[in-house]
Design a protein around this ligand. Structure first.
Ligand SMILES: C[S@@+](CC[C@H](N)C(=O)[O-])C[C@H]1O[C@@H](n2cnc3c(N)ncnc32)[C@H](O)[C@@H]1O
Length: 258
């Protein structure tokens, strides 16, 4: 797993913030909850949640040290938010949380069952989870296009032993994966989203930060050419420059009845 550019993420993550913010609007809270944000990134969404639980607390975990560094550096008055470096597949929380959330992080996790088992273990018996991530569909994803580019003769040597760093699960597989981890899906939706970055260049900047699993294998001087190759090829999928299309799965879960 690559270390994401936390400082850079803050400048290009309007899309991710918009997705998480909209998703949280329909989540009712009393204000006293203890919340765990898995794959919290730069902590922007974590802080939004903290502002909604003034008498509770939020812990953000993310395996990327530079993301956690950026999250801790944010300058605000919130005293009920904290951050830790941590991976969903190895985190070892007990049943300390009323709510576990995860926004656009779980499609970067190969071992889905362990991820959901650890989320389940972190929930107190009456707790709930909200997960949102990119799922599989018939249209090629931008990550799939990036994998195709790694096979081009220019890039193949750098990616000879490269394992696909993402996993877009089939929507129908979530209840099965979650079920085997002791969680029941109580609500699930998939929305086909389109996001216009406003320009090809803005989309390329977003890809540069989000593709750190790919770009961390390249000399810095080669990164713009790799990203350009992906952005050019992806245009045949999205139809217009600067436009990104993706399937966003949102699910609410609860511990399965014993
Ligand atoms: C697109 S960012 C989302 C950040 C934040 N949740 C948001 O919505 O802005 C994806 C995040 O997933 C994290 N991630 C990748 N693999 C992970 C894992 N195994 N466990 C937890 N988080 C992971 C990355 O480090 C990155 O910060």
């Amino acid at each position: 797993m690559a270390d994401w550019d936390g400082a850079g993420y803050a400048h290009i993550s309007e899309l991710q913030r918009a997705m998480a913010t909209a998703s949280l609007e329909s989540v009712t809270v009393e204000g006293t909850e203890r919340v765990l944000d898995v794959g919290c990134g730069d902590g922007c969404v974590t802080r939004l949640i903290a502002s909604r639980v003034p008498d509770g607390s939020v812990l953000g975990v993310d395996p990327s040290p530079r993301m956690i560094e950026a999250a801790r550096a944010a300058d605000d008055q919130l005293t009920n938010v904290s951050f830790q470096v941590g991976d969903v597949t190895t985190m070892g929380f007990g049943p300390d949380f009323d709510l576990v959330v995860s926004f656009n992080a779980l499609h970067w996790v190969a071992d889905q069952e362990t991820a959901y088992r650890n989320i389940a273990a972190a929930l107190q018996p009456g707790g709930r989870a909200l997960v949102q991530f990119v799922c599989h569909g018939s249209r090629p994803s931008v990550e799939r296009v990036a994998m195709a580019v790694t096979r081009d003769s220019r890039w193949a040597p750098a990616f000879a032993d490269f394992a696909q760093p993402y996993l877009h699960i089939e929507p129908d597989d979530l209840p099965v994966i979650a079920g085997s981890a002791g969680l029941q899906v109580t609500r699930q939706s998939v929305v086909d989203r389109e996001w216009d970055f406003g320009s090809r260049d803005q989309f390329a900047q977003w890809c540069t930060v989000g593709f750190s699993d790919w770009t961390s294998r390249l000399p810095a001087a080669d990164v713009p050419a790799f990203v350009d190759a992906v952005v050019d090829r992806y245009q045949t999928v999205a139809g217009r420059p600067g436009v990104f299309r993706f399937l966003q799965l949102r699910a609410e879960l609860r511990p399965s009845p014993q």
